[in-house]
Design a protein. Structure first.
Length: 1055
């Protein structure tokens, strides 16, 4: 690695300490100091001496053209941080590919993390800023970083140019202090001091003034002229005639010619290397005294500086180096120059300075050398996120050379993976074919994995068919893959290819298990976690929710104990949202989606934004939260890349579902057709099946059953091919609806039974693009036919289904609320009785009164008169409002109670009341085909007197009497029915049941006496009379009626 990039230059002895400029820097009062001036104006020396004099610790960064790849800058800045501050501090992140869509965010967070770990005061120096190409994104990223600079931290940049415009706009400009050429140029006194340190020759004041005037305080020009004197005198006439811009070249040439041939040769060769060690110089020039030469040059301030480490790097002043390189290119034979550059590149490569080596090899047109360098260095650079650097090297190599080198084609594919997956896929295929010709098994495996990954990045899965066909040709057996790392990579690539494109593949289970086994032992936590998530998603689409949830929980546990990257954390969160959608935890799904999107904004990792928005919108639609769904879908629309068909398919599928939920089926169809077309183009079968099912539902609702059947047929083929019980479940439900529409109840019942059996076995609580009204129909039908009643009940409760026409005919419908008032009061939510605290007394009293007055359209005046009889109108109204609010809070559902036009009602869609059910049962008896069953169902509802514990409240009496009369009528009819059949025993049972529920029902006592008489059980008949007389006397204070007495006398005749 190029350590000289992050090493502060050493200070030569005898430099001028420029207190005048030090004080300017001291009082700049801005976090960013920009020092600009021509080459050789002393910028670097000024900064170095200032920091040393003031004792300010600093991180030094020497910019060059390699920093046009932002990943290179962040990599070396991270190394500089560790070297300058502490190797024990948390390392700064690498710019890996997932951050590329959010470079500014990454830069902002990077500098926040950097600044937070630096002590104050502290300086960051960016030297030679002008080396960064004008079009590089580097400048915008630095602007983001400079905006974060806190108090106590100073950023100093040196450049031959003014700062780029992007750095000096808006608020950033206010953070700059500038030192320019007018500040940097030597004053005459500084020039005199400098001259005294640079030459032993005496220079008259007049000559020095002339020299100062000619160089205009330019340090490099002054130094060269002084160096050229070498004990002689200054040629005033020549100095006056020579233009300033020619001064450096003229005097540099003069100084160079004055040196012996060996030193000239040494300078020309070593100048080709941007920063050289003494050992490199010796090997490049063959001169054994290279270290002494470099030290002497540095000591004599001969345009040479060295870094401070034990093995110092020597660097010529940029102007002097430019001169020497131009001289070498003009004087050395081309072949010799190429060979020197090759040798220098080899030395640099050996010193881990690949970027510098690549530059020399390119200048030498040594394409074989560049290729070798790429093959050696690309794996590490790619792991560091520096694929753009490799890509730049590849672009320098002639296309015909790349086309015949499988290694270069492979790495070209890697570099293009994010930027152009289709082009990347082509490179991997060409590399695979060349590796196959060479019988290079490892190369084939790597290229196969890359080609498969390119399709996954592109989200165009149809090309995976070709790669899977190649897999068949390779015939990978156990032990074929030579390394654990490559085996992990191949196992996941193969499994993903099969899961996304050929989920019906005969080997998918084998590769899933192999991938899972390898993943669990993977040392790289990010690879381990992301691979596990691929397995989770596959299980979800196949309906293995239990297995998916277990693996997801394990993945979350692993993530909590390690330090996964932001990309990995967001990938896990996206799987969480999808899992929440499938399993019906929609509120959690929406919350996690927003958390993940916030993390994406904070970290700049936007890879999963579209999927997070889509999956989150799906959860919101399931919850009936159209506002949140719209927010997410609008954001999704604004970020769509119209070439990515999977995203387009998901977006339009959700929009179509949204229209369908609003029962705008005709408007939904164009969205769904566009979605289906896009998804079919991707070759991803599972979402294609989902969209076929959704389109079929909307076609059915718009009167096109034939086309709906065709869609379902194709979806069923996909489901069966995948072995997905979940998708088959969705197909069967929609097919059942088609059969029911056609009034084919037999076929509909059969399909519904198969669907609900699959749903029960898999615990499926959600389907893609379900409509609650359609689900109500199917669940009602299932409960009518006692199909998987426990599962259907769970489904109804989970969706909180509330049919427009309440299914009062169903005894097994799982109501959201049940109010029991016959025999005592109980309020049940779901299937759990509410525990009612003392503070609930008045709200519950309001609910009881509402039921007592019929439960529907009860005037508020009637309720306030009953509950607050002694309170005036306004106060009673306020009391009512408060109590209603408390009751709604107790119920935790605003929809249960409806207040309209001054009348309060209990919503029959959400609430079942035993009084309503009893009235209805009694009213249905005449139409019943099975009278005994109808009698039983009716009587089962009457468990005792209405609000028995509240009998002291006068307003409960009318409903109590009404219910009692209904019971008497019911029991009387049932007993009479069995009397007519001369089934006296059954009649006795009914009358006895009625008397137990209503002991003062005299007519029931009468009929029971008659039945006993008919059975010849006179003693029981007389006992019934005595019981009746006692109850009437005790409870009502009256005697039996004449008719009762007449029956009694008939019992005693002859006794």
């Amino acid at each position: 690695m190029a350590r000289h990039k992050i090493t502060a230059p050493g200070l030569a002895a005898g430099i001028v300490h420029r207190e005048r400029l030090f004080q300017v820097l001291d009082h700049a009062d801005k976090p960013v100091r920009w020092i600009s001036g021509p080459g050789g104006s002393g910028k670097t020396t000024l900064v170095s001496s200032y920091l040393e004099t003031r004792g300010i610790p600093a991180l030094w960064y020497q910019a060059d053209q390699s920093d046009s790849d932002p990943a290179t800058f962040f990599y070396y800045m991270g190394l500089a941080f560790q070297d300058s501050v502490s190797p024990d501090r948390e390392p700064l992140p690498l710019l890996t590919p997932e951050y590329l869509a959010g470079l500014k965010t990454f830069s902002r967070r990077y500098f926040q993390q950097l600044f937070a770990q630096l002590p104050a005061p502290y300086a960051i120096v960016i030297d030679n800023y002008q080396e960064i190409p004008a079009g590089s994104p580097f400048h915008e990223l630095i602007a983001e970083g400079l905006a974060q600079c806190p108090d106590g931290i100073t950023v100093i940049a040196t450049s031959r140019e003014e700062p780029p415009a992007v750095l000096t706009v808006n608020e950033t400009a206010a953070r700059f202090a500038f030192l320019g050429w007018s500040d940097l140029r030597f004053s005459f006194d500084e020039a005199r001091e400098f001259a005294g340190t640079q030459t032993s020759s005496h220079i008259e004041t007049e000559a020095l003034a002339s020299l100062y005037a000619k160089t205009d305080g330019w340090i490099a020009g002054l130094l060269l002229i002084l160096e050229s004197l070498d004990g002689g005198t200054l040629d005033q006439k020549l100095l006056q005639e020579l233009p300033l811009d020619k001064v450096f070249v003229y005097f540099a040439d003069k100084i160079f010619e004055a040196r012996d041939g060996e030193l000239q040769n040494f300078l020309l060769k070593t100048a080709l290397v941007p920063g050289i060690t003494a050992q490199m110089a010796e090997r490049l020039t063959g001169i054994g005294s290279s270290e002494q030469i470099l030290s002497r040059l540095c000591r004599n301030r001969f345009f040479t500086a060295k870094s401070s480490p034990a093995d110092p790097v020597y660097q010529y002043h940029p102007l002097f180096r430019e001169f020497l390189v131009a001289r070498a290119e003009g004087t050395l034979p081309a072949a010799e120059l190429r060979e020197i550059r090759r040798q220098a590149a080899s030395l640099l490569k050996g010193a881990d300075r690949a970027e510098d080596a690549a530059g020399l090899l390119t200048e030498a047109s040594d394409w074989d050398g560049v290729a070798e360098l790429i093959l050696d260095c690309a794996p590490l650079l790619a792991a560091e996120g520096r694929s753009e650097t490799v890509r730049g090297w590849l672009e320098s190599v002639p296309a015909e050379s790349v086309a015949v080198n499988p290694g270069l084609l492979y790495w070209k594919g890697v570099c293009l993976l994010l930027h152009s997956p289709p082009a990347s896929r082509v490179c991997f295929r060409e590399a695979y074919d060349l590796y196959r010709l060479a019988d290079d098994r490892v190369g084939m495996l790597l290229s196969w994995s890359g080609g498969a990954e390119a399709s996954l990045y592109d989200r165009e899965f149809t090309p995976l068919d070709q790669w899977l066909a190649l897999l068949e040709e390779m015939r990978i057996e156990e032990g074929d893959i030579p390394s654990r790392q490559l085996e992990e990579q191949m196992a996941m690539s193969i499994f993903n290819a099969m899961a996304f494109r050929q989920p019906h593949h005969r080997d998918i289970s084998k590769w899933r298990e192999r991938a899972l086994s390898l993943v669990r032992g993977c040392a790289d936590i990010n690879l381990r976690l992301q691979s596990a998530i691929h397995l989770v998603v596959h299980d979800l689409w196949n309906g293995n929710f239990g297995r998916a949830s277990v693996l997801l929980e394990q993945t979350l546990a692993m993530a909590s104990t390690g330090k996964p990257s932001p990309m990995t954390r967001i990938t896990i969160m996206n799987a969480q949202v999808l899992n929440c959608y499938f399993t019906g935890a929609w509120a959690s799904g929406v919350a996690v989606a927003f958390d993940a999107l916030r993390m994406a904004d904070e970290t700049g990792v936007h890879v999963w934004d579209i999927q997070l928005m889509g999956n989150g919108a799906g959860c919101a639609l399931c919850r009936g939260d159209s506002a949140t769904a719209d927010e997410l879908l609008n954001a999704m629309r604004d970020r769509l890349q119209w070439g990515v068909r999977l995203d387009i398919g998901q977006y339009h599928g959700l929009r179509g579902w949204q229209e369908s939920l609003a029962r705008r089926f005709q408007a939904a169809i164009p969205h769904l057709e566009l979605s289906l077309e896009s998804l079919q183009g991707t070759g991803f079968l599972a979402p294609e099946a989902v969209m076929l099912i959704t389109l079929a539902d909307n076609l059915r609702m718009t009167g096109n059953p034939t086309r709906a059947e065709a869609c379902l047929s194709r979806a069923c083929d996909i489901a069966r091919g995948m072995g997905s019980g979940y998708l088959e479940f969705l197909c069967l439900l929609n097919s059942a609806e088609l059969a029911l529409d056609a009034e084919d109840d037999v076929q509909g019942d059969m399909l519904l039974r198969r669907a609900m059996a699959l749903g029960s076995a898999g615990g499926y609580l959600n389907g893609w693009c379900w409509r609650p009204d359609a689900l109500v129909r199917l669940c009602t039908k299932a409960l009518e036919n006692d199909v998987e009643a426990a599962y259907v009940t769970r489904l109804v409760r989970h969706w909180a289904l509330a049919p427009e026409t309440p299914p009062q005919h169903l005894d097994n419908w799982p109501w959201q609320f049940q109010i029991l008032t016959l025999g005592g009061f109980q309020l049940i939510r779901g299937n759990e009785p509410l525990i009612l605290a003392g503070k609930s007394r008045k709200p519950l009293e309001l609910l009881k009164a509402l039921v007592a007055f019929g439960g529907s359209n009860v005037p508020l005046e009637r309720l306030t008169d009953a509950l607050w009889p002694e309170t005036d109108g306004d106060l009673a109204q306020r009391s009512f409002d408060t109590t209603l609010h408390r009751l709604r809070k107790l119920l935790a559902d605003e929809k249960v109670l409806q207040l309209q036009a001054g009348k309060l009602s209990i919503n029959p869609r959400y609430c079942w009341i035993d009084t309503w059910a009893f009235e209805r049962r009694c009213g249905e008896i005449d139409a019943a085909l099975n009278l005994p069953l109808a009698f039983e169902k009716g009587a089962a509802l009457y468990q005792g007197s209405f609000l028995l514990d509240d009998a002291s409240l006068a307003w409960t009496a009318p409903m109590r009497d009404q219910m009692r009369n209904r019971l008497r009528q019911l029991v009387g009819r049932a007993g009479g029915y069995f009397e007519g059949l001369e089934r006296w025993d059954l009649a006795v049972t009914w009358y006895d049941k009625g008397i137990k529920l209503d002991p003062v029902a005299e007519e029931l006592h009468q009929r029971l006496m008659v039945c006993y008489r008919q059975q010849g059980q006179m003693s029981l008949a007389i006992k019934t009379y005595l019981n009746c007389r006692s109850m009437l006397s005790t409870e009502l204070g009256i005697a039996p009626s004449a008719h009762t007495e007449e029956i009694y006398r008939s019992l005693t005749v002859g006794q």
